[in-house]
Write a protein that binds this ligand. Structure first.
Ligand SMILES: Cc1cc2nc3c(=O)[nH]c(=O)nc-3n(C[C@H](O)[C@H](O)[C@H](O)COP(=O)(O)O)c2cc1C
Length: 153
């Protein structure tokens, strides 16, 4: 999927709280990413999923009806709870065009976008494995802010 020309889309960002026990988390998250990537590719949906401790913040981009329907499916998934819609942007620039679901995390599983939760003051770290675009940085930074706000003090 091209990620060069800006493309308008609907973007929904929500937060939730993971219910997966620690010992199952790696496998379950792997399964979620794999389902998400295959389903989203078929539906022209792109986005990013940030997992930090028990907090989830996910951005879903695509056709509005498709994204809303996907959100309804995700909302019913028992692997998380307390879903809250944080942003709905009807005329967003598609930021994650190259990712059917980018993994934003600070774990060892080779994230697509490193979380850099404590090191994001100066923007992109030189150690980032892949350069991100300004549009991605903006959305990821927003998502980090929500995750940080949701974290226990
Ligand atoms: C935090 C979280 C994020 C998810 N993100 C997606 C997603 O982006 N796309 C998707 O198709 N399913 C996603 N799922 C999985 C859906 O809830 C659901 O299990 C899946 O769409 C069912 O697909 P299937 O009918 O092909 O098995 C997510 C689940 C969780 C818990």
């Amino acid at each position: 999927m091209a990620d060069q020309a800006p493309e308008a889309c609907f973007r929904l960002i929500y937060s939730s709280h993971l219910r997966i026990p620690a010992h199952e988390r790696k496998a379950q998250l792997g399964a979620i990413f794999s389902t998400a990537r295959s389903n989203n590719t078929k539906q022209g949906v792109t986005g990013a999923l940030l997992v930090w401790h028990d907090s989830v913040v996910q951005a879903l981009e695509g056709d509005e009806a498709v994204v809303r329907e996907l959100y309804e499916t995700i909302r019913k998934d028992p692997r998380h709870e307390r879903l809250t819609i944080l942003e709905e942007s009807p005329d967003a620039e598609r930021a994650f065009g190259r990712w059917s679901m980018a993994r934003v995390s600070d774990d060892e599983d080779e994230p697509d976008i490193p979380l850099l939760m404590n090191r994001d003051k100066g923007g992109i770290s030189p150690a980032a494995p892949r350069p991100t675009t300004p549009a991605q940085d903006e959305v990821v930074s927003t998502m980090r802010g929500y995750a940080r706000a949701a974290a226990p003090a």
